[in-house]
Design a protein around this ligand. Structure first.
Ligand SMILES: [Ca+2]
Ligand SMILES: [Ca+2]
Ligand SMILES: [Ca+2]
Ligand SMILES: [Ca+2]
Length: 457
């Protein structure tokens, strides 16, 4: 990409000479769930949006080898009455096809993940729902793994899957670890011999939100610890602070009664964190924990002002809390922090998606406890959540950044090349719909995600 092109893109203008954005036609209204309620299983159809050519920058040679699926969880519609939606965005070469599924009873879909067998794991709110969706003969069937009511804002907010010590079974095994709104529940959902999932609550605290769950092994002993960000409910009252903490649970240290101890790893009051990431970027066999502390704001008659900016902290077993501040963003929030090798040099970087200060790559220097270098990808990418995912869907060894820029209703791809960052618009959502994209997950088509079952060949 030539420098003027890059400047033009960064200015957020539409790429010249591209085809019209993908028209995501809105058929209107919720899909009624069809009457197939059998043992908690519900079948429902999906909208199929026709194939469309992918708009791309004409100055850049078209690539033809992209192949994969993006899974998108969102809430769509008026803020007071949204509904949850799942989109599966199929990428093949320069083609894009969107399969859109409105959730029949949720007001928000927080997480959609591809599972190993091609099914989808879904965490949603309204009633708090943890579900597995499978597609058989062109029809989605959803099975409820856990359904609950948690106070006023009842949500399965986050899930992680891993091999975790089960304090009831007294054995390590496959588990979904779930965090909820708004009674502060952290739970393990584990399969049982009779096929019914078992829910083991390891924490519960009234009027508390769990924002994110991460699984990691910071002490390098081979046993997974659970990390959760917690705070009181979100407040829209100007000037009211939201104190929070990062809590650690070590299931392998449960007592004889199966009780898992909780430890406040870091108390962030008067600030709080929503986004955390556990990953072994430095390759020493132990995960580091990255904590994104949201800004401290002062609100007066002229609006809200950042008093202390967003900071990214790195915590390791050698550098325990408060850890080291490796980056600042002069912004209110940063809700997505993801690790990947975006330039294909064999070393992984962090990608941070801020509310309004843009999309950034963070690279460690030789001393990872010192501030990392920041490189701006696009200052015209942002949003309330600003969901991103990293994946190498063209197999060139470098992970692309997939980003939901909700203010422009665009789902975009950024790929690194000799001329810098190349930005493409994959999906132009209906500009008439309010939308918050809560999660993005990417999977190569070969890894399942039902790609072939939808006939995208
Ligand atoms: Ca451990
Ligand atoms: Ca490490
Ligand atoms: Ca790299
Ligand atoms: Ca790639």
């Amino acid at each position: 990409m030539r420098a003027p092109d890059l400047r033009r893109l960064i200015a957020g203008r539409r790429i010249a000479g591209v085809a019209l954005a993908v028209a995501v036609t809105i058929a209107g209204g919720l899909i009624a769930a069809i009457a197939a309620y059998l043992n908690g299983e519900h079948a429902l159809p999906a909208h199929e949006v026709p194939d469309a050519a992918l708009p791309h920058d004409a100055a850049t040679p078209a690539r033809s080898s992209y192949r994969g699926v993006l899974l998108v969880g969102s809430s769509v519609g008026p803020l007071r009455h949204p509904h949850g939606r799942i989109e599966r965005v199929f990428l093949q070469g320069q083609g894009v096809r969107v399969e859109r599924i409105d959730h029949p009873e949720s007001d928000v879909v927080h997480v959609v993940r591809a599972d190993h067998d091609g099914s989808m794991l879904v965490a949603a709110g309204g009633p708090a729902l943890l579900e597995r969706w499978t597609r058989v003969d062109g029809t989605w069937t959803r099975r409820t793994l856990w359904r609950a009511r948690f106070g006023l804002s009842s949500r399965m907010r986050d899930l992680e899957r891993g091999s975790v010590w089960d304090p009831v079974a007294q054995a390590e095994g496959d588990a979904l670890v779930v965090g909820t709104h708004d009674e502060g529940v952290v739970a393990l959902v584990t399969p049982t011999i009779d096929g019914e999932p078992r829910v083991v609550e390891i924490d519960r605290e009234p009027r508390t939100l769990v924002h994110e769950i991460e699984l990691g092994d910071l002490d390098g002993n081979g046993a997974i610890e659970i990390y959760a960000t917690r705070s009181p409910p979100n407040t829209l009252v100007p000037g009211v602070v939201q104190p929070g903490s990062v809590v650690r649970y070590v299931p392998s240290l449960a007592d004889a009664s199966g009780r898992v101890a909780r430890e406040v790893l870091i108390d962030l009051a008067p600030r709080h964190a929503k986004e955390i990431l556990a990953s072994d970027l430095d390759g020493d066999g132990r995960d580091e924990l990255y904590v994104v502390v949201e800004a401290l704001l002062r609100t007066d008659s002229t609006g809200s002002h950042v008093i202390e900016p967003v900071e990214v902290r790195r915590i390791t077993s050698e550098r325990p809390p408060p850890g080291d501040v490796i980056a600042h963003f002069d912004d209110r929030t940063t809700r997505f922090l993801t690790a990947g090798d975006i330039d294909g040099d064999g070393r992984r970087e962090l990608v941070a998606a801020t509310f309004s200060a843009g999309l950034w790559v963070l690279r460690p220097s030789d001393d990872a406890t010192r501030p990392w270098t920041r490189e701006l990808v696009d200052d015209a990418s942002g949003g309330y959540e600003h969901a991103i995912a990293l994946a190498d869907l063209d197999g060139n060894g470098a992970e692309e950044i997939y980003a939901a820029d909700d203010p422009s209703h665009e789902l975009r791809r950024y790929s690194w090349g000799e001329r810098g960052w190349h930005r493409e618009v994959l999906v132009q959502h209906d500009a008439g719909e309010e939308r918050i994209t809560w999660s993005l997950a990417a999977a190569p088509a070969s890894a399942g995600a039902g790609a072939n079952s939808s006939g995208f060949e």
